[in-house]
Design a protein around this ligand. Structure first.
Ligand code: DAH
Length: 339
């Protein structure tokens, strides 16, 4: 009997536990309901009466030792303070769910539409892969216009030409071919040009096209509409300037400039110290274009404009590098989450 006690004591003293499974084995053998030490108590009756007290004491000591070892093993299995610091910091706030945010270009597009919807414009769209007629010919581009050349346009097929649209003006043609005036429409979308990517240019960008065709539409309507737009998009004291220009599909044509939203006229790099920044092109729809689309220019007239959504957004938020819009850096995008 004494040998049995001795051997269990040695077992306990030599025991090691390196994982939860071994800990459970230890518990079952020495502590659980039917453990080897409890068995020894069962054998008490076969011990000579005068030795029972001493025997009982020894078995009790063994039981105590098993408890102590068990606690020791539990403590050894727990991670040390050091590793606990690295793995879990209970003082940190819980990780919150992230719902993403509206892309700044989308926010500008939505605001644009909101402003024009209130003055009776709807939204129209056309394909990004366009034929020569809708992208160029119907818009009065002469046969040898440089914009048709390979350096500007991504052609998909030649003769007949199919290309990635170079502007959203192609949607004007599609709308006028399908609808009778009065037409008041906005056409947002992606456009493609063969340009090197830099802080100011990208081969894919976004435009917002506007078209108003009805009886008696004049340049005064164009100006007043764009004044209204600029003041709604930016601020009440934003100024608008029309600079004479040329586009094949408008006559007369004008570039639209607004007072610089970054320096407010003081002069900065963005406005090249002029106090004015260009946001797009505009003009009265050329009678040839109306005719090409089946609208009688003797009865109807219209204005059109096309603006860069990137440019409008950059001015709104003082963003100075176009590439930020496509880098998808969450630190940049997160700043617009409340828009
Ligand atoms: N399509 C022109 C461009 O991409 C912009 C433009 C100018 C659109 C005048 C118009 C307009 O509708 O009337 O450069």
């Amino acid at each position: 009997m004494a040998e049995k006690i001795e051997s269990i004591r040695n077992e306990l003293n030599d025991s090691t536990v390196s994982n939860q499974e071994e800990l459970e084995k230890f518990r079952l053998r020495y502590i659980g309901r039917k453990n080897v030490i409890a068995d020894l108590f069962g054998e008490m009756k076969s011990v000579a009466p005068e030795e029972r007290k001493g025997f009982g004491q020894k078995v009790n000591e063994l039981k105590q030792l098993a408890q102590t070892k068990f606690q020791e093993h539990i403590t050894n299995l727990e991670p040390t303070d050091d590793s606990q610091d690295k793995s879990v910091d209970l003082t940190l706030p819980s990780a919150s769910d992230s719902f993403g945010s509206i892309h700044p270009l989308t926010a500008t597009k939505q605001r644009f539409i909101e402003i024009f919807e209130r003055i009776g414009f709807n939204v129209s769209s056309g394909p990004e892969i366009e034929d020569d007629w809708h992208n160029f010919t119907a818009l009065n581009f002469p046969e040898n216009h440089p914009a048709r050349e390979m350096q500007d346009t991504f052609f998909i097929e030649k003769d007949p030409d199919v290309a990635l649209r170079t502007h959203t003006s192609s949607v004007q043609v599609r709308v006028m071919e399908q609808q009778e005036p009065p037409i008041r429409t906005l056409s947002p979308g992606r456009v493609f040009r063969n340009e090197a990517i830099s802080a100011r240019a990208h081969c894919i960008f976004h435009q917002m096209e506007g078209l108003y065709v009805d009886k008696g539409v004049s340049f005064a309507d164009l100006k007043q509409t764009l004044y209204h737009f600029a003041r709604e998009m930016y601020s009440k004291n934003t100024e608008v300037r029309f600079r004479p220009s040329y586009f094949p599909f408008t006559e007369p044509s004008a570039e639209i400039d607004i007072s610089c939203q970054i320096c407010h006229g003081e002069g900065c790099n963005i406005c090249k110290h002029t106090g004015w920044v260009e946001i797009g092109g505009s003009g009265m729809v050329d009678p040839n274009v109306l005719k090409n689309c089946g609208i009688d220019p003797e009865v109807y007239s219209g204005f059109a404009f096309g603006m860069g959504i990137e440019r409008i957004t950059m001015l709104k938020h003082q963003i100075t590098d176009l590439r930020l819009f496509t880098e998808n850096d969450i630190r940049f995008l997160k700043q617009f989450s409340t828009l």
